[in-house]
Ligand binder design. Sequence first.
Ligand code: HEM
Length: 527
Amino acid sequence: MTIIGDCVQAIGALLAGISVTQALVAITIVLVYVYYQLTKHYGVFEKQGLFSIPPQFLFGNAKDLILQKTPMITFFRDIYEKFGNHGYGIYYDGISPTLFVKDPELIKTIAIKDFDHFTDLAFIPEQLAHLPMNEFGLANALGDEWRALKSSISPAFSLKNMKNIATSINAPALDLIESLKKVPHDEVLVEKYAGYFAMDCIGRIVFSMDFQTAKSEGNEFVRHGDNFFEVWRFALSSMLPQVSKIFNISVFNPKSVEYFLKLTAGVLNGRDKSRIQANDVLGLMMKIRDQNLTAEEAGQEHSEDDYATKKAMASQLMTNDMINRTLMQFFMDGYDTVSAVTTMSLYYLATNPEVQDKAVEEVDRIASRVGANITGEEVNELKYVDQVFQETARMAPFAFTLRRCTKDYKLQGTDATITKGMNVMFPIVALHYDPKYFPEPEHFDPERFSPENRSQIVPGSYIPFGLGPRECIGMKIAKMEAKILLYQILRNFRLEPCAQTKIPVQWRTDHFNRIEGGCYLKLVPRY
Ligand code: HEM
């Protein structure tokens, strides 16, 4: 029974045929009960010796985030600061105590060594996870269901299976260049174009389709993609999941969800009818469903015979509904993220001309051999561009990742036990800006990721894609997309700040890692 459900029942029962005084007493009892429920977790872990920032009623420590007064990136950096030298402690996400982990060693322990206690991602609260409106593929799957699903679908995300992925990504990058050549170059809203590119990549990689987003300067796909995430939905569902449940408020914008589910179902249906076989993500998932994926494609070392049982199990999981919901993951997790990180890499290149010079040198060297036709092999040669990507992912990552404790966990060296159901937060962005791990953190410096310096990065302190078995499944795809886009843009344009470029960055308060007022740059044609 939820707190609000309890209250409604109690009020109904108490008010039936009683005097005013009795009603007032009843209402007081209910209010006290509500207050108790809303505050009962405050102070519990402090008694077990954990540090916390004193919470405010209802908001906990998250008031400025919930009221969208502070950008998410700044907000979590501030909280991290307030923890001082404490390697971990309690952050109150509304009324819920969340273990906030600063210590990279503990992050590794939780994400890898003791993963068994923290198997679930917690972006969607447990009580909302199985509502149809919130139920999607891998990221939202829980416990054993997640384990089975992960091993079944991983082959569909492997670059080895998507043999021509670089070509699939290069086509939208070239479309984008053609669009950019046509627009006035003095003030280009680059995030709009990065979004077109990210959407067209999904079309090619997942469905082998040309969504024509860049060619047509936007379409329904990007409109819905841009509307997926609304900070208030996230904040409400994590702060008061009961309210989200009662009022049927989904974590993601339901119109966008419905739109993309319809789209994926339609394409799957069409493929089934026409019996088309393709080497894209959808094609690989259909192979898993139909038990046609070979042991080698599934990354199995076993013989075909030994692999048969596993293949049958994977096929059982890979229903048409699961295929649709997993493909949704591309729109949900692979659109905004890629669009944001590529936008920000263009921003940092424009505002750091010496870095841009070095990246251009590398790009020109490769371009003198292959021109526009870059393949996977050349992408591997883009070492410095890769460093630019990594440094961008340091400075403009998703602010945090959230795990759920799935088995009580005794926190070593303390009297505290993290109880089943409690959330654990890794403040990704704050770690990335901690001068202890990244000296002069505001300085954009791809040299941090050079072969000589890379080994100095403290494991667990740089986690733009998360860590351990729950690490981002789309990481390699995202990197490939970003590097190919940078290659084509740098071949064709010199990036420069323009009058509307915000220096230094000012983050939006209603989004995760986007610039207030939009990211505008000047694109000077190179030829
Ligand atoms: C620059 C782009 C991206 C960034 C920064 C990013 C970041 C992340 C992060 C931080 C997590 C949580 C990992 C953890 O807690 O350990 C995650 C999980 C995930 N990401 Fe990404 N992501 C990106 C692109 C993509 C793409 C292109 C896809 C394609 C489908 C994708 C699909 C997923 C999925 C399915 C999960 C959940 C994995 C699981 O539950 O096992 N992401 N991502």
